[in-house]
Structure formats: C-alpha cells, structure tokens
Design a protein around this ligand. Sequence first.
Ligand code: AMP
Length: 363
Amino acid sequence: MSSTKTIGIIGGGQLGQMMAISAIYMGHKVITLDPASDCPSSRVSEVIAAPYDDVDALRQLSDRCDVLTYEFENVDADGLDAVIKDGQLPQGTELLRISQNRIFEKDFLSNKAQVTVAPYKVVTSSLDLEDIDLSKNYVLKTATGGYDGHGQKVITSAEDLEEANALANSAECVLEEFVNFDLEISVIVSGNGKDVTVFPVQENIHRNNILSKTIVPARISDRLADRAKAIAVKISEQLNLSGTLCVEMFATADDIIVNEIAPRPHNSGHYSIEACDFSQFDTHILGVLGAPLPAINLHEPAVMLNVLGQHVEAAERYVTENPSAHLHMYGKLEAKHNRKMGHVTLFSNEPDNVVEFGKGIDF
Ligand code: AMP
C-alpha cells in the first residue's frame, strides 16, 4: 500500500495552509474545503469552494480523501457524522462537540479529565446570577459562539450586572470565577491515537483579546512547567488524541488552571516551525495518519509576534532590519484591521526586548 495519502482539510485559513505545507513536504496530497476559492490554502492545495455545512461538498471531500481533518472547531459535527467513513476522521466528532460548547468543555475538563478549572456554574438565565457573591470577580461567557473575548462580560461590581443579565438572558452561559493569574500559558500536544508528544510551555501575551506575542519557554518555574505539560498529556490521554491539541491555561504563583482547549494547531504554537525540530503542523499530520510521533526539542528560546492587518508594513520593515527573523505571510488578499495576516518568529534570550508590532502604535 502506498504511504502517500490524500488528506482533506476542512478550513483553508492560515492553520489549514500550514497543515497542508507540512503534509505536502511529507509527500501527501491535500484537498481543502473552504467557502472562499482564494483562501490561504489555495496557494498550496486544491480547494473545493463550498460552505462548511454543505453536505454534498463534505461527501465529495470524504470520497476523494483517505483521511480528513479540520483547522477550526466550529465545523458542523452532525454534517461530518453523516458523511465520514469509519476511521476517516481520526480526531472524531466528540472532541469537536466538547470544544464547541463551554458547558461540555468545562464538564469534560473537570469531571472526565479531572484537571483544575476556575470554579464555575452553568447559567441559563439572569435568575442564576441573582445570588452571586459580589465580593468575588467573575467572567460570564456564552456557551457557544464566543471567540477572542466576544460573548464575555467581566463582573467586578453590581454595576456590571445589567449587561451580564442581558447576556445571560440571550444565551446559555458559563459563569467563571476570575483568576488572578501571573501569566497566560499554553501547551501543544499531539497524539496518534496511542502515544502523545508534547511541546515546550508557551507564554502568551494578548492585546485586545488577540494573541500578540508568544515567548518560549514560558517564564515559569520548572515545577509549574512540568505540571502544565502533565495536564496537557492527561487531557489528551482522556481523549485518545489524534492530531494536535492546544491547552490554554493560567499560571498563578503556585498552580496551573485550565482555561480552554482547541482541538487543532494553535496560533501560540507557530514558533515551532523554526524553533522546534518538528512543528505543531508536522505532528498534526503525523498524528492524524497514525504515524509514530517524535519527541520535541526546542533549539533555542524563541519569540513569535503576530502580524495583524495594521502591522503588515511594520513587519516587512522589521525583517529587512532583522534578517534572521522569519516572516510568514498567509497570502490573505485584504489587510483588514485586527485580521491575522502573518507572523514573525525569531530566536531571542531577551523576550522583553522584542517589541510587538502594535505596542504603542495601534492599541
Ligand atoms: P477565552 O475566550 O476563554 O480564551 O478568554 C479570553 C481571555 O479572557 C483569556 O485569554 C483571558 O485573558 C481572559 N479570561 C478568560 N477567562 C478568565 C478567567 N476565568 N479569569 C481571568 N481572565 C480570564
């Protein structure tokens, strides 16, 4: 049997594109399903241009591919279940359902994987907010559809309740206690259905709720870093993980608290393309193909900076002045404000001296 496979990727944004690049240099062929025929993946793969919930298009992808994967979690799980053949989607649709809904996700993390999450309760209407103890702070998050801070309300006093009540009456929510974290961190882990391999702990700095800078290794103690990696492995074992998963966490002075999981390569893992001997995309492809997974080594401490629409010129200038920095551009046609257009990775032992493109300029 040929070891060359045809891999179908649902979603042709930058994550799909970088997955496809990894797959292609391993000798595989890629077909992408994306609503836009000129999506970033169109640079490197054939595209079936159709909406994600178009069952005929999903069926066509399934018929033409050996293995299917996705680049984002809001894929129509029922549509996929209707067309996929046995074993064709190694990541499964269960993981999709868990990560699409914060109520399922919290239940999975705290009760099944048994990792520490912020104390929380499910909120089905504003009635559930009536008796909350306002000596504490909270974040109210819609169960579905929220991203990059959308669909969230921080509650620090009674004045926040009006907006919080409106949010709670508009959709099912999760009310979490506010975590006074020192750092936001994440861990990338990849599985092949049997074994897992884990990446170094990443430290993440957000601006306007969008990832701006990732520093690797994260500046936390070895003890906390080992704990964070062990948590990511525990979650992936509970899932019989295939492919790459990102676990986002908060590091406090002496503990690690899991915030959420993303069942795919993640922006905070992009540094691994140059800074590790295998990238999160390489291990994603190896994992969904059920191939053996390598141990991951970090060559040197690294920093990744996101390039948003308003930063493109600054990033291009930056790499002409710092030619050892690696510029990635995703080939998006329109540089909209806050749209992720590319990223830069560089090696540095002094991450504080690596200045984000937006700092002091746009934010
Ligand atoms: P999320 O959509 O869950 O990733 O949340 C977006 C951002 O809000 C996170 O990156 C944190 O900066 C912040 N955040 C979310 N949940 C909490 C929490 N329970 N405590 C403190 N900050 C939070």
